[in-house]
Design a protein around this ligand. Structure first.
Ligand SMILES: Cc1cc2nc3c(=O)[nH]c(=O)nc-3n(C[C@H](O)[C@H](O)[C@H](O)COP(=O)(O)OP(=O)(O)OC[C@H]3O[C@@H](n4cnc5c(N)ncnc54)[C@H](O)[C@@H]3O)c2cc1C
Length: 383
């Protein structure tokens, strides 16, 4: 880690200790109170500025590797903090940078960089989860713009988003990923109705069911080409998967550290439980899993920086990191037993939250299909 990144991580530690200490993470999780106040501190520290291309529009060669370390550090302190950062940096800013026109970038990038809010992705529908190409929400042309009608589900951070990025079918006879376009929609626009969904984990990232009833959208709020929405989403996929992989590696490390500390402190049969080989080996395997997941997450960040095609690596990093978090938190719950089962324990929050990441943003099964296809095996192979 370079001196610059190391000192940035030190500043993140201080900022988190001051503005989102562990007891505040617990309170917010219990009360489902998103830590949106962090955005302004991220901005003050220049964490969003790091995502921007340099003055001469060239990318800094270590940019994404640096961001990956920052995302991991935030995830170590609190997954909710890393996911909030990622929603602005990997989704909002990268969608604007890779797919929006200059006017749209000028309109929204300064607001995101200064910590003024986040975007929300409105893609999933009741009948379109893993099969995102099955969406039914439609956008029809009228006068100078479009009217959107349909229903989205499980949309994170929708109510307080600056804009919803809504995927809607613009070619009524199209199927699958073609014929879909992205639009920026004001969550307060007439015709938008939201209700909040209750859930067992990730309680600080509020989820919404959203109805769109002939919501008028101006032509200037269309992102990318008409019918080119999936191409736009694919352009941000690597960044989103890289950010999520780094964040969950950070949380997985926090879970291992917590389980190891508990095992050293907790005495049964007159000895610390860490002295029992079965516990010590379990912890050694957990740490090895996290180290392997970190290597893959950093490898992905390096591949992004070098401009290589990283579809397979992005799928692998997301698969390995999220499955690792699920595994180590399951072990953490067993090692800490009743101490983890108590509501106030951070371990059960890690464990509850971990359930989401192996199916959200591309389930493990779908990612394995992608990796298999890249290897020339699986569904695409002729019989
Ligand atoms: C808390 C939360 C936040 C979310 N945030 C957002 C958001 O901000 N924006 C958004 O658009 N969406 C969001 N989602 C939706 C999320 O992306 C979907 O839940 C996810 O895509 C999975 O869809 P599904 O739940 O309908 O599961 P399904 O697609 O019904 O899958 C069910 C199971 O079948 C498996 N499966 C499906 N297809 C195949 C296949 N071809 N081969 C093998 N197995 C398969 C899956 O892997 C899974 O195990 C969120 C969801 C949650 C719970």
């Amino acid at each position: 880690m370079s001196f610059e990144v190391e000192s940035l991580c030190g500043s993140i530690d201080k900022m988190m200790q001051k503005h989102l200490p562990p007891e505040e993470v617990r309170r917010r999780d219990e009360q489902a109170d998103p830590p949106n106040h962090l955005l302004k501190f991220y901005a003050e520290m220049g964490l969003f500025e790091l995502v921007m291309p340099l003055q001469d529009h060239e990318w800094d060669l270590n940019r994404w590797q640096r961001l990956s370390i920052i995302q991991e550090r935030l995830g170590y302190h609190a997954t909710m903090a890393a996911l909030l950062y990622n929603r602005v940096a990997c989704f909002g800013m990268m969608t604007l940078i890779t797919s929006a026109n200059k006017a749209q970038q000028d309109r929204f990038l300064p607001q995101l960089v200064s910590g003024g809010g986040a975007f929300a992705l409105a893609l999933s529908e009741a009948g379109a989860g893993s099969d995102a190409g099955a969406i039914q929400t439609r956008a029809e042309r009228f006068d100078a713009g479009w009217k959107i009608t349909g229903r989205k589900i499980w949309i994170s951070g929708a109510a307080d988003a600056i804009r919803l990025i809504v995927a809607a079918r613009t070619d009524p006879i199209s199927k699958g990923g073609s014929g879909i376009t992205l639009f920026m929609v004001d969550p307060d626009a007439p015709g938008v109705a939201m209700s909040q969904l209750e859930k067992i984990g990730n309680r600080c990232s509020l989820s919404y069911d959203i109805g769109f009833e002939e919501v008028a959208v101006k032509e200037e709020d269309r992102i990318g080409d008409v019918n080119g929405g999936f191409d736009c989403l694919k352009k941000t996929l690597f960044y989103a998967r890289s950010g999520l992989a780094a964040a969950v590696v950070g949380t997985a490390q926090a879970a291992v550290d917590m389980a190891a500390t508990h095992a050293r402190d907790r005495k049964q049969f007159g000895k610390p439980i860490a002295s029992f080989q079965v516990i010590a080996h379990r912890l050694a395997n957990m740490q090895t899993d996290v180290d392997l997941a970190r290597l893959l997450a950093r490898e992905l960040a390096a591949a992004i920086d070098s401009g290589k095609d990283c579809s397979r690596l992005a799928a692998q990093a997301k698969l390995v990191s999220t499955e690792t978090l699920k595994r180590v938190t399951e072990h953490g719950m067993q090692i800490m037993a009743s101490a983890a089962y108590a509501s106030e324990s951070d371990m059960n929050r890690y464990w509850r939250d971990a359930r989401l990441y192996s199916f959200g943003e591309g389930s493990s099964e779908v990612l394995l299909d992608l990796i298999a296809a890249d290897m020339g095996v699986g569904r695409g192979v002729a019989g």
